[in-house]
Design a protein around this ligand. Structure first.
Ligand SMILES: Cc1cc2nc3c(=O)[nH]c(=O)nc-3n(C[C@H](O)[C@H](O)[C@H](O)COP(=O)(O)OP(=O)(O)OC[C@H]3O[C@@H](n4cnc5c(N)ncnc54)[C@H](O)[C@@H]3O)c2cc1C
Length: 449
């Protein structure tokens, strides 16, 4: 595979990039103004793809030399029932905008990823998961209805009981079944912005699994894990758990972030010594084995959102994320084996999370989560080192019966994708013939022997 990194001499910056800023592809940007603008009178050449805020890491939201239909102008909240908490909004509304509206009314998102800067369309199309997956499942589990518009102009109202096959294909369908114009979903009541937080230090995967078993009834759980240290510090981390406070408390709107990463940091900023130093500081910022405190939901759910454009910290070449789901049957040995491969490489960044997925079935045909452990971490791009490592990790994931997350991927091969998602051929029947993505083109090629 060629490595489509922007050359330093590249003059035209792409107008739309994914969060990892890799690969770099040019596309024609078509901003959608109103729901009635879609489909265009004549389908554009080279295919099209609806996109949201580009918070996917790889090429699931890119279409090389094609047409990206940007949906941010579909930004209206359409209806809200304060009795039931059911919200209907256009698909370009971001989760940040929903929080600004909902929190002051005492409501919260049913499921949220690690950033609030994603659109509702993107949340459905990747069937995103959050820290409450073990109890709440994915975002799609809370979506009661949405409208799907195909490139031939057909409008399909999708719900678990109406056109349910389109509903299941579109949840986790990576934008390939058509444009989602609006969606309706269930919010959850809260009494306050505050989260009853507990942080517990752990050493090793056995302790992580023990904490996971003990926290089954706590709504939100996730662990930060040190993927650089070896020896007695191997797989040390902080297990973070929390519930919404039941005491009435503040319900104000969040302040807008003031910090912005002003420049692309040079490569050495994420070298092994600097990441080791960061990890030691982070692990030791909590002095005692266990802390309990009340925290605001912003730093609890969205610590990275405090600095806009933080992905520039990975330098001009960008970053790759690796996220796998490992089934319970192999979770213990697989997590250790994968972590050992990562620590031996010395390439991991400080952003690494480990979490248990629960067994609430996803509604999406192509949804990523499966019961077991999920590990997600970032790697700065160093083509001669990080690409072979990612390829090795994908292969290990396959051998342990796991799968990788298309929303975070820029590397898996066609053969790997087709093994991870054997249902892909059934799904392909729902793809809109005028819609495709660079990811889809890459992973549906005939695998080479
Ligand atoms: C810091 C950070 C933390 C993250 N944490 C998590 C996490 O905890 N859990 C998780 O699951 N994900 C996580 N993600 C990934 C992110 O939630 C998903 O990639 C999400 O889909 C991005 O939404 P978006 O609006 O930016 O969509 P884009 O990235 O622009 O597009 C994503 C997909 O949605 C499709 N799409 C977008 N809008 C529409 C529409 N209106 N109709 C049809 N298809 C559409 C696109 O074609 C594409 O396939 C994280 C990302 C970042 C940057």
């Amino acid at each position: 595979m060629s490595d489509p990194i922007a050359s330093p001499k590249e003059k035209r910056a792409p107008e739309f990039s994914s969060w990892g800023r890799y690969p770099v592809y040019h596309a024609n940007i078509i901003p959608l103004q109103w729901q009635k603008d879609f489909p265009p009178p004549v389908p554009p050449h080279n295919g099209m793809l609806p996109v949201g805020l580009g918070r996917s890491y790889g090429d699931v939201c890119l279409l090389k030399d094609g047409n990206l239909i940007t949906t941010r102008a579909l930004d209206r909240l359409l209806a809200f029932d304060p009795q039931t908490g059911i919200l209907r909004c256009e698909a370009g509304v971001s989760l940040a905008e929903i929080l600004d509206f909902a929190v002051p009314h005492g409501w919260f998102l049913p499921v949220t990823p690690g950033t609030k800067y994603v659109t509702v369309g993107g949340a459905i199309a990747n069937d995103i998961h959050g820290k409450n997956h073990h109890l709440a499942g994915t975002f799609g589990n809370h979506v009661s209805r949405f409208e799907l518009v195909r490139s031939d102009g057909t409008r399909i109202l999708c719900s678990p009981t109406e056109h349910s096959e389109w509903y299941c294909a579109t949840i986790g369908g990576m934008g390939l079944t058509g444009l989602i114009t609006w969606a309706e979903f269930q919010l959850k009541p809260i009494a306050s912005r505050l989260i009853k937080y507990e942080g517990i230090k752990f050493h090793g995967i056995d302790e992580f699994l023990q904490l996971t078993r003990e926290s089954q009834r706590i709504e939100y759980t996730v662990a930060w894990i040190d993927c650089v240290s070896t020896g007695r510090n191997f797989a040390r981390g902080i297990f973070m758990q929390g519930d919404h406070s039941s005491e009435p408390g503040p319900l104000n709107i969040s302040r807008k972030p003031k910090l912005r990463m002003p420049i692309d940091l040079p490569g050495f900023a994420l070298s092994r010594p600097s990441v080791m130093a960061f990890n030691t500081l982070y692990y030791n910022k909590q002095l005692s084995k266990q802390v309990r405190t009340m925290v605001d939901y912003e730093p609890f759910f969205y610590p990275l959102d405090a600095v806009m454009d933080w992905n520039r910290g990975y330098g001009k070449r960008g970053l790759l994320q690796f996220q796998c789901a490992l089934p319970w049957g192999h979770a213990h040995e697989a997590t250790i084996a994968i972590l050992k491969t990562i620590t031996a490489s010395g390439l991991a960044s400080f952003l690494a999370v480990l979490k248990a997925f629960g067994d609430v079935p996803s509604r999406g045909m192509m949804s990523f989560p499966q019961p077991g452990i999920t590990l997600a971490l970032d790697f700065p791009i160093k083509p001669d080192r990080s690409f072979p490592l990612l390829d090795r990790l994908a292969q290990m994931t396959l051998e342990f019966g796991g799968r990788m997350y298309p929303a975070k991927d820029a590397r898996m091969t066609a053969a790997q994708f087709q093994d991870f998602y054997p249902q892909w051929r059934d799904f392909a029947r729902y793809r809109d013939p005028n819609i495709t993505s660079s990811f889809w083109e890459r992973v549906t090629q005939r695998p080479t022997a």
